[in-house]
Ligand binder design. Structure first.
Ligand code: PEP
Ligand code: MG
Length: 573
């Protein structure tokens, strides 16, 4: 009999295929020596993995159903105690310092020593406790390995069911032709979700316990719109969903007819539709839909899935590839925005942050470490001599930060000038407005910038105080919240007063439900995953902006959900 499970649909489309349950492999442990000046970075890596393992265990504990036997929570409690014990929290740090070795090797030394003691005990119960030791150490090791996946598995046609997927996993699987994703964790703004949308892979996130109910090899239907997963569907259901797949493809084919159509509203206004890109493959999609350029290039992806850090020349070569592919269309390069859900192993975001979304991330991290920031600035400037590039700073909170970033950019320009290295003297500088304080004071930022870009993913997260990857609070995620809308309106108004362009590059810009509303609020530039562009074009071409303006402003007055839904339906009719 078919089994129906529900999660959160985050990337539209229907996938039908066999399940592959992803259980992480224990990484192989190799000794690496660490030089003296890198010891503290290695200690930080260990601490960060230790905290990640702790958070995972705390979540497991929170998720234990109330009616479970007491033994279950006692078991998890024991693991938490072990994790906090000096044998796992302090001794590995001593070993890293003493042996000048990598964190993995220090953990292995400590684990082997403890397991040996347990196994030498006569008492059979105590002897088997070495399994617990292995589990707990294993969890920290997996966190250190950033949960990397088996590179050799072929994902073609399969639906991957996992606790969570790193962006690197997602990209790797897509390259193989994976059919769909189901993850137990995550929300609509987690990077798994954003990537799945941009890669056009149907995906469901936040489907807790998926791996308990599903088995490798059984057939699964994933509906990435409704969030429904259907295991072992009968022939009738398979036929029904195959028909839905065909319908979706037909709608997509109809949209293709709009590829060369003008991007103008019915009332005549010209609207700019730009693409968000992360990886090289996005460029092919971008060309297919005739995007006007790139409104957001997320450069963190250059650092993912590797053990070294890209240098200035690698940054430059990568940007040049994009510049060439764009053939004269504008490219907005966002300087790296590490931290929170965009951690990479090779860049430390400082000692363990209790709340990484509010910690040392984005421009804060870049300003604190010019050795990370300057090579990227130099590469962006050098590439600006070859094509129309704009530079954009993420996560601005204060104007002081912006001025510091601009000063560093100016110093970098001076150093290029002194060596006669060409760059665009008038390179436009933009700021992402994604922190509520910056949105409220957008006019101050506009004084110093050539354009503003609204990052609704973070703006919504911070305005509504919801962690964008925490599935427990996802129900609060609401772009229509009047608080959010009035901040968006404030940024648009600040831009038009100063006569500088305002783009929106958060996911809201690519959701056709909100296109008319945003046009009515005054937005004229949208940047989104390339595969949303034609759908947004279809909506704007049917929109008379003058007639939606008053109704759009009406959304700022209401917080009643039912009323808002009815208003949205009328606006989009
Ligand atoms: C945003 O916050 O809206 C945004 C576009 O940036 P990111 O999703 O990369 O944080
Ligand atoms: Mg952001």
């Amino acid at each position: 009999m078919a089994l129906l499970l529900n999660g959160m649909g985050v990337s539209r489309g229907i996938a039908i295929g066999p399940v592959f349950i992803l259980h992480r492999n224990q990484p192989e442990i190799i000794e690496r020596s660490v030089d003296k000046k890198s010891v503290s970075a290695e200690v930080r890596r260990f601490k960060s993995a230790h905290s990640k393992a702790r958070k995972q265990l705390e979540k497991v504990k929170r998720d234990i159903p109330n009616d479970s036997p007491d033994d279950i929570s006692a078991f998890i409690e024991t693991h938490l105690l072990m994790l906090d014990d000096a044998m796992l929290s302090a001794t590995p740090i001593e070993l890293i310092k003493q042996l000048r070795c990598n964190a993995e090797w220090a953990i292995k030394q400590q684990r082997d020593a403890i397991v040996k003691v347990f196994e030498s005990m006569d008492d059979p119960y105590i002897a088997t406790r070495s399994d617990d030791v292995n589990h707990v150490f294993g969890r920290v090791l997996q966190a250190l390995a950033n949960q990397s996946i088996d590179e050799h598995h072929n994902w073609k046609g399969q639906i991957v069911v996992a606790d969570d997927l790193t962006p690197a996993d997602t990209i790797h699987m897509q390259n193989d032709g994976v059919a769909g994703f189901v993850t137990e964790m995550g929300g609509p703004l987690s990077h798994t979700a954003i990537l799945a949308r941009s890669l056009n892979i149907p995906a469901i996130v936040g489907l807790g316990d998926a791996r308990r109910y599903l088995n490798t090899g059984e057939n699964l239907v994933v509906d990435g719109s409704s969030g429904m997963a259907l295991a072992e569907p009968d022939d009738f259901l398979i036929e029904h969903f195959q028909k839905r797949q065909r319908d979706i493809k037909r709608v997509a084919r109809d949209l293709v007819k709009l590829t060369d159509a003008k991007s103008r509203a019915r009332s005549g206004e010209r609207i700019t539709l730009l693409a968000n890109i992360e990886i090289e493959d996005d460029l092919k999609l971008l060309r297919k839909v005739n995007a006007a350029g790139v409104g957001l290039y997320r450069t963190e992806f250059l650092y993912m899935g590797r053990t070294d850090v890209p240098d200035e020349d690698e940054h430059f070569r990568t940007y040049m590839k994009v510049v060439r592919a764009l053939r004269g269309a504008p490219l907005t390069i966002r300087t790296v925005d590490f931290g929170s859900d965009k951690e990479v192993e090779t860049v430390s975001t400082g000692p363990l942050a209790h709340n990484p979304a509010m910690g040392l991330r984005g421009i804060r991290l870049c300003l604190s470490d010019p050795s990370l920031f300057v090579p990227q600035l130099r590469a962006i400037l050098r590439a600006s001599a070859k094509g129309p590039i704009k530079i954009m700073f993420p996560m601005l909170t204060t104007v002081t930060e912006l001025l510091q970033a601009i000063e560093l950019l100016e110093t970098t320009k001076d150093s290029l000038r002194s060596k006669n290295i060409a760059f665009d003297e008038k390179i436009p500088i933009g700021g992402m407005i994604e922190v509520p304080a910056a949105a409220i004071s957008a006019a101050h930022f506009a004084e110093h910038l050539n354009f503003l870009s609204i990052g609704t993913n973070d703006l919504i997260q911070y305005t509504l105080a919801i962690d964008r990857i925490d599935d427990q609070v996802n129900y609060l995620y609401d772009p229509l919240n009047p608080g959010v809308l009035s901040l968006i309106k404030n940024v648009i108004d600040a831009g038009s007063k100063k006569k500088i362009p305002v783009t929106m590059c958060g996911e809201m810009a690519g959701n056709s439900e909100y296109t008319r509303l945003l046009l009515g609020l005054g937005l004229r530039e949208f940047s989104m995953p390339p595969n949303s562009i034609l759908e947004i074009k279809k909506v704007l071409r049917s929109t008379n902006i003058r007639s939606v303006r008053r109704r759009a402003l009406g959304f700022l007055q209401y917080s009643d959900k039912e009323k808002q839904s009815a208003m949205l339906e009328r606006l989009n009719a």
